[in-house]
Design a protein around this ligand. Structure first.
Ligand code: SAM
Length: 384
């Protein structure tokens, strides 16, 4: 069977360009696998949501159903506190966004080889869900009085480096405090870590700081020319969904005004990518309050169409809009953006990248949040 070059490159990179280059379909599992050499993300644990249904065919249906009608129904009620101008802005936005997303969705459905492949993407052979032990709740652990006492063991792989090298001196196990501590390693391969009978896979040259928002300023680099060139932020917005409440705590919008985005950014500028739900009220807060407080200008909008509902990154100019389509993983898990944003990151390579409110690590990145180790649990991986 002949496959196109685009599809060949998708199998390798996880990115499939549709409709010129404004719409991309991504496989988040393939994007993440870039961070690993000895391990792979287990697709069945990533796409576990698609397995909740007992009927196999539903997997395919879920993939094909356009979300727009559902979304429209949910939106019918305009919040009472919008004034006339805001209402018309909302209407305009909804219409523009809607036609853009419908167009993107059509392009996605028309990509025949991608559609043929989709069921295989979510239907996986190994179903390794559920490790031996309960998944750790880092949010709870980090807020209890024993938090400063918890330690994580990092097991460095044997290296072939010379006797004098840093690595040769550090082979073995290092134990460090788990919370409120910058934990990084310079190994190019994965490092395995152990905490309280659970194993974690740390990608090459990854770095994380697990803490509450109150400690975030500890991440501000000593010199501004050591700042980050790319800052990805996925805030715990309040949105009233019970499912979200069960998954993680949320914060009122005003807290995000104090995120030290300017201080984290490289002196010569940075690209800031902010995830937000597609609500007009939130758009306004971001545009009028949040971005000015952070010093963010030159805004471009990008939609994430996850075929169930859509989220987006903030907007000013819809002309520049890009649509990212993917099959969602568990609640609120976002596709890795590094590769998609790569060409737009300012500064000299190698660039420094950080994710705020992260639940996972990536090779070469710094991850901060109250549970950045969450998806590093070995239950989410298979060994190559
Ligand atoms: N980007 C993540 C992903 O793709 O999996 C999802 C991030 S989720 C929207 C927001 C995260 O912020 C959750 O992990 C939540 O626990 C965390 N969070 C909530 N309140 C926090 C706080 N006060 N300090 C630090 N992190 C917090």
């Amino acid at each position: 069977e002949r496959i196109s070059d685009e599809f060949k490159s998708f199998l390798d990179s996880g990115i499939y360009r549709l409709d010129g280059s404004k719409v991309v379909f991504v496989d988040p599992v393939r994007l993440l696998n870039d961070s690993y050499s000895r391990f792979r993300i287990s697709p069945s644990s990533y796409y576990s949501r698609s397995f909740q249904s007992t009927d196999r065919r539903r997997v395919v249906e879920e993939v094909n159903v356009p979300s727009i009608s559902k979304k429209k129904r949910k939106r019918k009620k305009t919040p009472r506190d919008l004034n006339e101008r805001e209402k018309s802005a909302e209407k305009r936005h909804q219409q523009e966004a809607r036609s853009l997303l419908l167009k993107a969705h059509r392009a996605f459905l028309e990509a025949a080889e991608l559609q043929t492949f989709l069921p295989k993407l979510v239907k996986c052979v190994e179903f390794s869900r559920g490790g031996e032990t309960e998944e750790k709740n880092f949010i709870e652990l980090g807020s209890c009085w024993q938090a400063p006492l918890y330690e994580i063991g990092l097991c460095f792989p044997k290296s072939n480096e010379g006797e004098d090298s840093w690595l040769a001196n550090h082979v073995g196990r290092t134990v460090v405090p788990l919370f409120n501590n910058l934990i990084s390693h310079e190994t190019n391969d994965e490092v395995e870590a152990e905490f309280n009978n659970s194993q974690y896979i740390l990608p090459g040259r990854s770095c994380f700081y697990m803490s509450d928002l109150r400690q975030i300023r500890n991440l501000i680099p000593a010199k501004s020319d050591q700042g980050f060139n790319l800052i990805v932020i996925d805030p715990p917005w309040e949105n009233g969904s019970a499912r979200q409440k069960a998954a993680y705590p949320t914060l009122p919008n005003r807290y995000f005004l104090y995120l030290p985005v300017k201080e984290l950014a490289h002196a010569e500028g940075a690209l800031v990518a902010l995830w937000m739900t597609n609500r007009e009220k939130l758009h306004m807060f971001v545009e009028k309050d949040l971005f000015p407080a952070w010093g963010v200008t030159n805004v471009t909008l990008c939609y994430w169409l996850k075929n169930i509902d859509s989220e987006c990154m903030p907007a000013v100019n819809l002309e520049d809009a890009r649509v990212i389509i993917s099959i969602p993983g568990v609640h609120s898990r976002k596709p890795a953006l590094g590769k998609l944003l790569w060409d737009h990151i300012p500064g000299n390579k190698p660039v420094k990248c950080i994710e705020l409110f992260a639940r996972e690590l990536m090779a070469g990145w710094t991850s901060w949040g109250n549970e950045p180790l969450h998806f590093q649990d070995s239950r989410y991986f298979v060994e190559k």
